[in-house]
Design a binder for this molecule. Structure first.
Ligand code: SF4
Length: 257
């Protein structure tokens, strides 16, 4: 029987079942992939960074399932333009928005031990900051869900080139991770945004091609990788914060550097 026709899936999801589903959905568009997710999982969260891909997914998902749950991470270091867009999107679309934040005690300990701008001092401290401000809050935030939806695309960077449409996510308790835009190009995303007259992050107009925390993101130059402006001072590092890799940094007291 096709995995597309079976009953509801609950975590921990079978990696085999999900890889068959990924193969069956390989040529599907984001509407079909999201419809499949909403039929197969009771509790689905769309995790949004409010970059271009997120807006496309919110537009499609909120039409398929009005009241869809959208989670965003307010790391405490976001640009003000991201906050403005969060408010605008929350008013425009029929979504239930959850803004999750880091543990204040962990932030306090980390800053006391390593300073406010620790991420500039070493890759280890950068990963620690991302773990405290992003990775661990999302692990806690996704605890009650069966599946999460992300805006990852294969064309964003070398490390994302093999992103499956659906996979089991062991970092988040074995729930399903769904990437409806995995096969979409940058142009596909922007074509959709323009055709639907959707709001976009103001920093794109200033040369940014990927947008995260303010101190760790810069505009990119022509010919650079889309994510080259993230942690640009790190030579040859994986341009990831940890949300999409199977690794979480140690607690603040164990950090070095
Ligand atoms: Fe910290 Fe920068 Fe990671 Fe944001 S992107 S969590 S400020 S290291």
């Amino acid at each position: 029987m096709s995995t597309l026709e079976e009953g509801t899936l609950r975590p921990p999801a079978s990696a085999d079942v999900l890889s068959v589903a990924a193969a069956e959905l390989a040529g599907a568009g984001p509407e079909e992939i999201l419809s499949w997710a909403f039929e197969r999982f009771d509790r689905v969260a769309l995790v949004s960074s409010f970059q271009a891909e997120s807006i496309v997914l919110i537009d499609i998902a909120s039409r398929l399932r009005p009241g869809v749950e959208v989670i965003t991470l307010d790391t405490g270091r976001l640009p003000e333009e991201t906050h403005a867009l969060i408010d605008a999107v929350g008013k425009r679309f029929p979504i239930r928005l959850r803004v999750i934040t880091p543990d204040p005690g962990e932030i306090e300990s980390m800053v006391a031990a390593h300073g406010v701008s620790l991420f500039r001092r070493s890759p280890e401290l950068r990963h620690l900051c991302c773990a405290v401000r992003k990775t661990r809050p999302l692990i806690a935030g996704l605890r009650d869900y069966d599946a999460w939806v992300t805006g990852l695309r294969r064309g964003q960077s070398a490390s994302r080139q093999t992103t499956p449409v659906v996979a089991r996510d062991d970092l988040h308790g074995g729930i399903a991770k769904i990437a409806p835009l995995a096969a979409w190009s940058h142009d596909d995303v922007w074509r959709h945004l323009r055709s639907r007259d959707l709001p976009v992050h103001e920093l794109y107009a200033r040369g940014y091609t990927s947008i995260g925390c303010a101190p760790c993101t810069r505009a990119t130059r022509p010919g650079e990788d889309e994510r080259a402006g993230r942690w640009w001072w790190e030579d040859g590092s994986l341009k990831e914060c940890g949300l999409h890799v199977d690794r979480v940094s140690s607690p603040p007291r164990e950090a070095t550097g």
